[in-house]
Design a protein around this ligand. Sequence first.
Ligand code: BF8
Ligand code: SF4
Length: 649
Amino acid sequence: MTTQLHNEVPASTLSVQADAQQMIEQARADRVETVWDRLRAQEPQCGYCVLGVSCRNCSMGPCRIDPFGVGPTKGVCGADADVIVARNLGRTIAAGSSAHSDHGRDILEVFDAVAHGEASGYEIADEAKLRRLAAELGVDVDGRDTLDVAGDVADVLFADYGSRKEAISFVKRAPRPRAAKWAELGITPRGIDRENVEMLHRTHMGVDNDYVNILLHGLRTSLSDGWGGSMIATELSDILFGTPKPIMSQVNLGVLRADQVNIAMHGHNPVLSDVIVDAAADADLLELAASLGATGINVVGLCCTGNEILMRRGVPIAGNHLMQELIMCTGALEAMVVDYQCIMPSVTEVAKCYHTQVISTADKAKFPGAIHISFDPKRGREIGREIVRKAVEAYPNRNPGRVRIPGEPVRMMGGFSVEAIVGALGGSVAPLVDAIAAGTIRGAAAVVGCNNPKVPQDLGHLELTRRLIENDILVVVTGCAAVANGKAGHMVPEASAMAGPGLRTVCEALGIPPVLHMGSCVDNSRVLVLAAALANHLGVDIDALPLAGAAPEWYSEKAVAIGAYVVASGIETVLGVQPPIFGSPNVVKLLAGDLAGVVGAKFDVETDPRDAALLIRRHIEGKRAALGLPALAAGEITDERQLAGAPHV
Ligand code: BF8
Ligand code: SF4
């Protein structure tokens, strides 16, 4: 390893979680370089890139704009800071949207293979949902065979990826005024691939030279993700693997078992993880494990693949994004099985220091140093067994003297699909709307997104969430934010004791936590569906509702796409990490100000989660006032700090 280790930085400043702190110390003892060491090695990071004013879109460049106006104010082609920042942001949205949507397509291909009897290890798990979806999409369901219906549903959704349509199918799920607003602005998503390709076209040199026009297309591109690719991924995953229902599980590195073969499923696509969970229960493989001295085969999750199998099958989750290197430092991980997205290239390097075997499975995501077992849904069951066998065979390589599994796991509840939430409410969103109208619950916030080593791990998620629930704001979580809250004990029914009096009463009555796990990052589409249901129930647009979004520790291009479609859908969103747009005051003014007059919502940037909580609280109070709902009594803000003067955009 070549990077200098930064052992002088206290582990407690890098993560707020005890398991991470202990494993950071272990990594240091083992001379293993981690993400935090590499971040230090990169500092100071390029100021032009931080501000978004560097461009390498063509070979007349690379170019950069001097934010102080002393050096160049235009690139070689004549692009100014506004165009360069907007183009960069547009490409970021397209990359994030493409990642989610390509994941959705992969699920769709497996779904199509199931419909045509060509898949092994898969079936239609939720036929009722399939038939509901088919009817919604205009597919004839009466008296038809389930697989025939599935085949027609697949065809409709494949067409959503192309460009033959005026609007993708799920635009119809948006409240009417919202869809009308998109049409009026010319940002109705027409085809998933089309919007992403068009963004790459527009941001080629000399195409779209109007930063407002680029950013509007950025919103359209993101909408093709939220109401398109991600929504397809969620809906079809539910149909193939089951629609989540409340389920108890466990979280943190303590879910690893010292006496068992441990397999971590890392990445995003449930297509692979689901067959691995099945294969881990295979009698032959359990026997093989026993013959090698292990008492069982323990599958755990990491990141969003972990969320997928936790939500549906209660599989324990070992951690979120910044735990992917540290999990190997336990010395107890036989295999890390990866599909794609958010898997650091470094995992194979860390694995070399232990006995962990990294197994890659997606032909579009290879890792030098890993064993590659190409995934094919036609042989899903067989491949699942092959992978688990590799993990079991690695067990004798474990050095028991190096096994350090930190602490005990924490209980957490997952499984809050929209169907489950509506079910818990007795079959309609009416009780939730009534509770919001009465002020028992002030509103709701979606806290989503990643870990970023620039933020002490999980601090942003936990501070923000805790303050929101104290203020009677229901929190829904996805992705790494969900795992962070699980680790902190916020996601068990008993955590209602941490909530304000109104939210506590509702949670106790329903037996639910004040922080609801809605799934992986593609499952942010569930948040859109829930928001649309609330808006439709009240007969208003989404932007009238007392809702907010937050991504306190975001790092990924996917998170930018999510933020953009959430805002374009009418939900104000607070980012906890500065996006690379500050080199263009015009772009900042548009995204953090004027956009509210266009789509009814805007972005805020607030790096202090305490101030972010206040910002959200004030925003929700403003929406309540506009709806004529009762305001919270003065003096009930639980934070002594005042918003005025806080460093926010
Ligand atoms: O899709 S929250 S770090 S794992 S990008 Fe990645 Fe971010 Fe985690 Fe899931 Ni989402
Ligand atoms: Fe420079 Fe323009 Fe080329 Fe970008 S597109 S690298 S600003 S010349």
